[in-house]
Design a protein around this ligand. Structure first.
Ligand code: ADP
Ligand code: MG
Length: 727
């Protein structure tokens, strides 16, 4: 007997992999770094000096590129450089609202009409593209306007070369907007939000006398979790192949309960794959830093050094792409879904967030002097206020059908947005709230300086893995982001709500100072007030506990348990006002996203449910019926041999009963799927959640029960114990 499942195991056992693909004695990482990037160094070497200066001014200080001659010179240098690196084509890479990236390649060659061709790439082609964009989600924006979509060069994210077996491509990061200038992508709002935050943060810095700062960046370091399993398993698991997660699968006898995986030794093939990924990422200028085993079997994490949010977002998209492609080279598959396997940990993306000046100062770094310290407290309290004021907006940025299996579903982190400060910072905040910080924590961590504000310890926090939003020394870590997400959305919202807080604080302080109030005293009074209003969002205990859920409810913190509950906040009046005020999303752009989130949810759940019905009917049911037949035959044979078959009859009854329920559940899910859609995306999303999802859960429970009854040699689907442990 040999089904796809057996063949997968045979293939894994019989394959030798060439794991020595890179020789680090000859390929030194330091020399590799950025070799495929049109980096500052390359720009300096290849561009005329004034062009280089203008471009750098745009990248580092946000100055707009107005002179077309600059684009022309950059295009020309980029083309020569790319062709020297073997590129035959170029592409504008954009980030449509699917959360993925999109590209269309054009050759550098232009026929001259006389039988030959020349390599061409002008400033015009660098700056603007017009892909046929009608098939990307627009959430209704494009239905009412022209169907056109344009890509526009983002000079702040460097172009790079993507190597592939037959030639290379010059990749130019771009925004993607409609004919009317509305954002059809994830990059445009992110850039807008960074600008909004920069403007407000500059007002605060000015009050602190920092006049040399030209721009404030938000910085992000996304820690990426993922699974790597053998690729052969995909052949027997249509659910993994099509949906990225298993829709059936009984709990294995051994899961993660021995806690023997986290930070454990990395399996050899996986390590070889990781090293290869990292080499590729180094060449692309992605500053990848850390790798380790995660909690679940076959789960891992990779983390880069932080960069400005725009670049970090582009690099994270690229990281996911490199990981998928490289895994394939080693016969592995990289699963980026939030919950590929039930019953063990899912995957997230810890979004480490801070703000930094163009002069290199981290604004969430607790300072050494009372003056810097006050500045730190202003920025820190601004973030606290932002999360307290807009928890639902933050929540909806991490909402998806996939992430619903993590957030609020007995797994880290909960769907209630709260902030963890750690004992030291908490202590300082408590004092600040009371207005008179004058005590010290044991150990002399804290001193009261000449000013009214306390001195802070450098490492101001211990760890709490259960909090969705934690202060970790010199940054906040937003842990609720799903592993497959683009981090653009979460950071766009984070930047905007923090910008709003900084605006609020700056406005008040500017007025106080104008009225002759002492600056530091004004700061202290204002922060005290804000903390009193915002402290309900701070929680330093166990975020998974039952008590916290009750406590959070008592405090009036929203607990939006799933995507469908979260979506309406996108178009709520206060959201529209907020994003409109800071010019991040127009109302129409928000409505588009409201529709797209809803549509995406409906599609994802519907595909999964259809896949379940398909697997139930064509895989689980036939295998189970075969097994039922075998048992029935054995019972008959036993009886006719004159032997009592009581126990076997009981077993046959159990199998038959479960099978009957399984068939009924399959029919019920199939029926739910044929529910007629209203055509209004959000209404459909609600219907799908309420009618389809519960039926999926029922069917799965019964399918998993059959897996524990049916003879192993008949079972067609690779099991959890195989997929997670055969390496
Ligand atoms: P841990 O989360 O274990 O404390 P690290 O301190 O190494 O680990 O940081 C984790 C991630 O946070 C890394 O990607 C790192 O680059 C990022 N990070 C560190 N400082 C900042 C910062 N100022 N802004 C944004 N991200 C940061
Ligand atoms: Mg971390």
């Amino acid at each position: 007997m040999s089904n796809a499942r057996q063949k997968a195991i045979d293939a894994i056992a019989g394959t030798e992999y060439d794991l020595n693909q890179i020789d680090f004695r000859t390929a030194h990482l330091k020399e590799l770094f950025g070799t495929l990037v049109f980096s500052e160094e390359v720009q300096k070497a290849r561009l005329p000096k004034p062009v280089f200066k203008a471009l750098q001014k745009t990248i580092k200080q946000g100055a707009q590129l107005t002179d077309p001659a600059v684009a022309e010179a950059v295009a020309s240098a980029m083309k020569d450089w790319a062709i020297e690196h073997g590129a035959t084509h170029y592409t504008h890479l954009f980030q449509p609202m699917t959360g993925l990236t999109a590209e269309k390649h054009d050759s550098f060659l232009s026929p001259t009409g006389t039988g030959s061709a020349v390599a061409e790439f002008s400033g015009k082609e660098l700056i603007k593209g017009e892909p046929d964009a009608s098939s990307f989600p627009s959430g209704g924006i494009r239905a009412t306007f022209e169907a056109r979509g344009y890509t526009g060069w983002d000079p702040t994210s460097p172009a790079y070369i993507r190597e592939s077996p037959n030639g290379a491509t010059l990749v130019i990061p771009t925004v993607f907007v409609s004919w009317t200038g509305e954002a059809l992508d994830k990059k445009t709002p992110l850039l807008r939000s960074m600008e909004a935050l920069s403007g407000q943060a500059m007002r605060i810095l000015k009050l602190f006398g920092k006049t040399d700062v030209v721009k404030v960046f938000t910085t992000v370091g996304p820690e990426q979790e993922y699974f790597l399993i053998d690729k052969n398993f995909l052949y027997s698991r249509p659910d993994l192949l099509a949906c990225g997660r298993t829709l059936f699968g009984a709990k294995p006898p051994k899961g993660q309960e021995l806690e023997d995986q986290y930070f454990g030794t990395i399996p050899e093939r996986v390590l070889a794959c990781m090293a290869d990924c990292e080499t590729e990422m180094f060449k692309l200028g992605i500053p990848v830093k850390t790798r380790h085993n995660e909690v679940a079997p076959s789960q891992y994490e990779i983390a880069p050094i932080f960069e400005d949010s725009n670049l970090a977002t582009d690099h994270n998209q690229l990281t996911m792409d490199v990981m998928r492609r490289t895994a394939d080279k080693y016969g592995l598959v990289c699963l980026l879904h939030e919950k590929p396997f039930a019953g063990i940990n899912g995957s997230g993306k810890h979004n480490n967030f801070s703000m930094a000046t163009d002069t290199g100062e981290n604004l969430l770094e607790p300072g050494q002097t009372p003056h810097d310290n006050a500045q730190f407290l202003v920025f820190c309290v601004a973030v606290i206020r932002a999360v307290a004021k807009y928890p639902e907006l933050l929540r909806v940025t991490v909402a998806s059908a996939g992430n619903d299996h993590r957030l609020g579903a007995n797994e880290a982190p909960p769907a209630i947005m709260s902030i963890f400060l750690g004992s030291q910072l908490q202590d300082i905040m408590n004092q600040l709230e009371k207005g008179k910080p004058e005590t010290t924590l044991p150990g002399g961590f804290m001193e009261v300086g000449a000013s009214v504000l306390p001195k802070l310890p450098r490492d101001a926090g211990d760890r709490n893995r259960t909090s969705p939003f934690a202060f970790t020394g010199n940054k906040f870590e937003f842990r609720a982001v799903g592993s497959s997400f683009s981090i653009a959305g979460p950071n766009t919202v984070l930047n905007t709500i923090v910008a709003e807080s900084l605006d609020f604080i700056a406005t008040k302080l500017e007025a106080d100072v104008a009225q002759g109030k002492t600056f530091l005293k004004a700061v202290q009074e204002l922060l005290s007030g804000i903390l009193r209003d915002s402290k309900k969002v701070i929680f330093n205990g166990d975020g998974y506990s039952e008590e916290w859920h009750k406590e959070a409810e008592r405090r009036g913190l929203p607990n939006l348990k799933n995507t469908v509950d979260s979506i309406p906040v996108i178009v709520r009046k206060d959201s529209v006002e907020l994003f409109g005020k800071y010019k991040v999303y127009s109302e129409r752009e928000l409505t588009a996203r409201y529709n797209i989130f809803s549509e995406k949810y409906v599609k994802e759940v519907t595909i999964e449910a259809s896949m379940m019905v398909h697997m139930a009917k064509t895989m689980i049911l036939p295998a189970s019926i075969r097994y039922q037949g075998e048992v029935a035959t054995a019972v008959n044979a036993t009886k006719s041999a004159g032997v009592d078959a009581g126990a076997q009859v009981d077993h046959l009854k159990e199998v038959t009963a479960t099978l009957g329920k399984f068939q009924a559940a399959t029919a019920a899910l199939d029926h739910a799927l044929h529910h007629k859609h209203s055509g209004e995306p959000y209404t459909d999303a609600k219907a799908v959640r309420d009618t389809v999802l519960p039926k999926m859960v029922e069917l799965r429970t019964l399918g998993d029960a059959l897996e524990t009854m049916v003879s192993d040699d008949l079972w067609p689907l690779s099991t959890y114990r195989e997929m997670l442990f055969i390496k």
